[in-house]
Design a protein around this ligand. Structure first.
Ligand SMILES: NC(=O)c1ccc[n+]([C@@H]2O[C@H](COP(=O)([O-])OP(=O)(O)OC[C@H]3O[C@@H](n4cnc5c(N)ncnc54)[C@H](OP(=O)(O)O)[C@@H]3O)[C@@H](O)[C@H]2O)c1
Length: 292
């Protein structure tokens, strides 16, 4: 493929772009904090000095940014994507945002004659490193077809979900379920511990039954040790709960379980845990386990 642009080298962007480089793609990268480009440059990437400079150089540019504010800023602000996007160029935003943010970006890019695809992903740091993400794309079909060679490296499966907004909505539904599960799991671990059971035995029992899943298996052992190295930062999970609850509001879907989970993630943020892994929500229950 031609040279690809990559904007945003956080936990996910770095892992995804390294994976593309390893598979022979040529990349021009940009990150707000420029020093985060260094490791990519050591592996053969070129630095673009702004999002606009990357768009100017590359036919296709991928973004992986933290939240709606970041996604909008990189497109609409000075030296942003809009300054250089135009006919024959494609912009693929893989950040997790709401459908409204995605639509705003899509419309602005269309007005300039460019193409847009939203493509949020399911899967965390390790699947990103291993090219095992699940890609939830929506927008321009021709751009989806053109960027598939890169998606095939980054992901184990790509879905094309139709019009812009459907990728964002699918991703929010998935993370709403995940956030609620993580809270139930945290309460279970603390309940087992406090009622005199060995949490490790609980993990073994869960893993053999109908509710076994990779997330419990992967996060459980570190949670029992109160260790939360960030793979998926808690502040982003809370953002996803907030956006999913807004989607619930829009569609009049009652979501009391998700609303309670959101409160727990907010509590965790207020405890200063936002930059840790989202499994640190466990601390909102565990840190009160000594009280009666
Ligand atoms: N981590 C996961 O497991 C996971 C899984 C699936 C989806 N996601 C989603 O993927 C996206 C990225 O997640 P991540 O874990 O990689 O997050 P992260 O490590 O916090 O990285 C966020 C990236 O966004 C950039 N950024 C933040 N605000 C910005 C702004 N105003 N202008 C320009 N750039 C800005 C950061 O730049 P700086 O380096 O300058 O701060 C960084 O490159 C999020 O939407 C997240 O919800 C994450």
């Amino acid at each position: 493929m031609e040279e690809i642009g990559f904007l945003g080298l956080g936990i996910m962007g770095k892992a995804m772009s390294m994976n593309l480089l390893r598979h022979g793609f040529k990349l021009t990268v940009w990150n707000r904090t420029l020093s985060r480009c260094d490791e990519l440059v050591e592996h053969g990437a070129t630095i673009g000095e702004s999002p606009a400079a990357v768009i100017k150089k590359c036919k296709y540019t991928i973004a992986m940014l933290s939240d709606p504010a970041a996604a909008l800023s990189v497109v609409f602000d000075k030296d942003g994507v809009l300054e250089q996007i135009g006919a024959g160029k494609g912009y693929i935003d893989m950040s997790t945002v709401d459908a409204e943010t995605s639509s705003k970006i899509s419309e602005a890019i269309a007005l300039k004659g460019g193409s847009f695809l939203e493509a949020p992903v399911s899967g965390s740091k390790k699947p990103a490193e291993d090219g095992q993400l699940v890609i939830l794309a929506a927008g321009e079909r021709a751009l989806y077809d053109a960027i598939i060679p890169a998606f095939d490296i980054m992901g184990k499966k790509s879905f094309f979900l139709g019009q812009v907004g459907n990728g964002a909505r699918m991703k929010l539904v998935v993370n709403m379920i995940m956030g609620s599960m993580m809270n139930a799991f945290s309460e279970g671990l603390v309940l087992a511990d406090k009622s005199g059971l060995d949490p490790q035995t609980l993990l073994d029992v869960l893993d053999l039954g109908a509710i076994a899943n990779p997330m419990f298996k992967m996060k459980g052992p570190s949670m029992t040790k109160s260790s939360y190295p960030p793979a998926f930062p808690l502040k982003h999970q809370q953002k996803d709960m907030r956006l999913a609850l807004a989607l619930g509001d829009e569609n009049a879907v009652p979501m009391p379980v998700a609303a309670a989970a959101n409160e727990a993630f907010k509590k965790a943020r207020s405890m200063g845990l936002g930059d840790l892994d989202f499994s640190a929500v466990h601390e909102t229950v565990a840190s009160s386990k000594g009280s009666t």
